[in-house]
Design a binder for this molecule. Structure first.
Ligand SMILES: Nc1ncnc2c1ncn2[C@@H]1O[C@H](COP(=O)(O)OP(=O)(O)OP(=O)(O)O)[C@@H](O)[C@H]1O
Ligand SMILES: [Mg+2]
Length: 293
């Protein structure tokens, strides 16, 4: 990418960011997005990234989550499987502050009680979430989308309004490579394939360097090749980030778990089985409620 192309991209992004800032100046939905908050640093020294204990969520008396407990370690890539309605998305809603459980505890690291934080605070402290439908800025380029993701952090936004630092450019370059879009940096995001848009959105999350990434059915609608590349991407993130991946695509789960990683099976709002994929696939209860259908 040439410097003048980057300069041009940065200029368009600045205009766009200013327009958006004006649009929400009276306190719109995004007004809280980059607000600086004094939050304690998460403590990962005990090796735990996420700890759910006894979570129950009721909708009109129906328990979408029923005494759910789950621990995800630092750097772990955990796949969560289970039938429709098992509570997988509701579990993510509880972690990200979208839904408040009736009972239970949700900890990020060993000290941060996520149930005390708002949705924007949870995002800011290092929990990134990818919803099923890609939500990129269609009219901006791939590069600008990543730049804008940096700008979601107000501390960064101030400096972006002048220009990107070398380190920020390097990071955008790194993320472009990770998400297989280096050659598409100047392409309008709206012209990308569905799979590429999903990668771009993951890239946007990565720009904020989340410690924990929650990915809800990330390969839904992808081609086989895109699915395989997505698995490679997640495997390359493992270790530096903790990942919780909800997916129905067993081939993808197989690729992610590499024969040895732990998989969690949810059913009716609690953990039905946990263990190696081959073991849970051979579990009679799992076959009955999920795989055997
Ligand atoms: N806001 C809500 N109001 C009422 N019921 C809800 C609400 N959100 C979820 N539910 C119900 O809670 C249960 C769990 O839903 P959830 O979306 O968490 O399942 P899931 O495991 O993600 O399923 P899928 O694999 O289909 O995405 C379902 O029976 C669903 O209908
Ligand atoms: Mg779901």
């Amino acid at each position: 990418m040439t410097p003048d192309l980057m300069e041009e991209g940065a200029r368009r992004m600045r205009e766009y960011a200013q327009k958006r800032a004006q649009a929400t100046a009276s306190g719109g939905r995004e007004a809280s997005f980059g607000r600086l908050l004094k939050l304690g640093e998460p403590d990962f020294a005990h090796g735990v990234a996420l700890y759910l204990e006894d979570i129950t969520v009721s909708f009109d008396g129906f328990k979408a989550l029923n005494a759910l407990s789950l621990t995800v370690n630092v750097g772990e890539l955990r796949c969560i499987i289970g039938p429709n309605g098992a509570g997988k998305t509701t579990m993510m809603d509880c972690i990200t502050g979208k839904t408040r459980p009736d009972t239970g505890r949700v900890f990020f690291g060993s000290t941060i009680d996520l149930l005390r934080l708002t949705e924007p605070q949870i995002a800011q402290i290092g929990v990134g979430r990818k919803f099923q439908k890609p939500t990129v800025y269609e009219e901006l380029s791939v590069f600008e989308n990543l730049e804008l993701a940096l700008a979601a952090d107000r501390r960064v936004r101030a400096s972006l309004l002048s220009r990107l630092s070398g380190a920020q450019l390097d990071r955008i370059g790194e993320v472009l490579t990770l998400i297989h879009l280096r050659g598409e940096a100047q392409r309008t995001a709206g012209l990308l394939s569905h799979g590429q848009k999903q990668w771009l959105e993951i890239g946007m999350l990565l720009m904020q360097d989340p410690k924990l990434l929650l990915l809800d059915e990330p390969v839904a609608g992808m081609t086989d090749e895109e699915t395989e590349r997505t698995a490679e991407l997640f495997l390359s993130l493992e270790g530096q980030h903790s990942l919780v991946v909800v997916e129905h695509d067993m081939k993808f789960v197989e690729q992610l778990t590499q024969g040895h990683k732990k998989v969690t099976v949810l059913h009716e709002g609690s953990v039905l089985a946990e263990g190696k994929l081959a073991d849970v696939q051979a579990n009679d209860k799992v076959v009955e409620v999920y795989l055997g259908r």
